[in-house]
Design a protein around this ligand. Structure first.
Ligand code: PGA
Length: 250
């Protein structure tokens, strides 16, 4: 049985003042022992967030694929771990688009996170145009085959996040049927790539997850949690999503 995992992605939002939201979020996490909860603020807030979030994991939104070196402006997985991160989101569509990250780059970032014993959340998702052309499953399966790291014994955990690009920040969510179809395709691809271990990889859905649609999404087979952007910025919106995940696990 895979535990539900709910991850907040603050993107380039937040401030020291906004960390006050973490109090109620951490307390909801402690009250939901069957659910893993994490928040990924910008790099500069990881250490101060860590100090305020007993019961809550703190993560990062990106890392470099190398452990150290002449890479101005970049941050390594080891540095993020030292700051208190337990997980790293890699290959978010905003990074694939704005920073032209290839599947190979995403894979090297995921491997860097795993080398540090961290969770790597590998994001995949199709565009509106690709879905309308009937190519959604093909595109996502291809991204996954190119970006999935190989896991070795004793290394960190791989998590996959399916985030249709057209659902991110738009208020449009994929239908439960579309999500079920895609998560089943991802599960099959995980089996091809990782063999028996593919069955234990958690698959998150992301894209306009809100308090009023979370329970319906968590009830879909093979939806093991959510990657939440906008609704993770305040306890008012994020806590009911954590509670919905707890309810789905009962
Ligand atoms: P959203 O973002 O919940 O604001 O749609 C999700 C994400 O990009 O991870």
């Amino acid at each position: 049985m895979r535990r539900k995992l709910v991850v907040g992605n603050w993107k380039m939002n937040g401030s020291l003042a906004q960390l006050k939201e973490l109090g109620a979020i951490a307390s909801a996490a402690r009250n939901s022992p069957g659910v893993d909860v994490a928040v990924c603020p910008p790099f500069t807030l990881i250490a101060p967030a860590r100090a305020r979030s007993a019961g809550l994991a703190v993560g990062a939104q990106d890392c470099h694929g190398k452990d150290s070196g002449a890479f101005t402006g970049s941050v390594s997985a080891a540095m993020l771990k030292e700051a208190g991160a337990r997980l790293i989101i890699v290959g978010h569509s905003e990074r694939r688009a704005e920073h032209r990250e290839s599947d190979a780059a995403v894979r090297s970032k995921a491997e860097a996170a795993l080398r540090q014993g961290l969770q790597a959340i590998v994001c995949v998702g199709e565009s509106d145009e690709e879905r309308r052309a009937g190519r959604a499953v093909e595109i996502v399966s291809g991204q996954l085959a190119g970006s999935l790291p190989q896991i070795g014994e004793g290394e960190g955990e791989i998590v996959v996040a399916y985030e249709p690009i057209w659902a991110i920040g738009t208020g449009n969510t994929a239908t439960p049927q579309d999500v079920a179809e895609m998560h089943a395709a991802i599960r099959a691809e995980l089996g091809r790539a990782l063999g028996g271990r593919g069955g234990s990889v958690r698959i998150l859905y992301g894209g306009s997850v809100k308090p009023d649609n979370a329970a319906e999404l968590f009830a879909v087979p093979d939806v093991d949690g959510a990657l939440v952007g906008g609704a993770s910025l305040t306890a008012k919106d994020f806590v009911p999503i954590i509670e919905a995940a707890a309810g789905a696990g009962r």
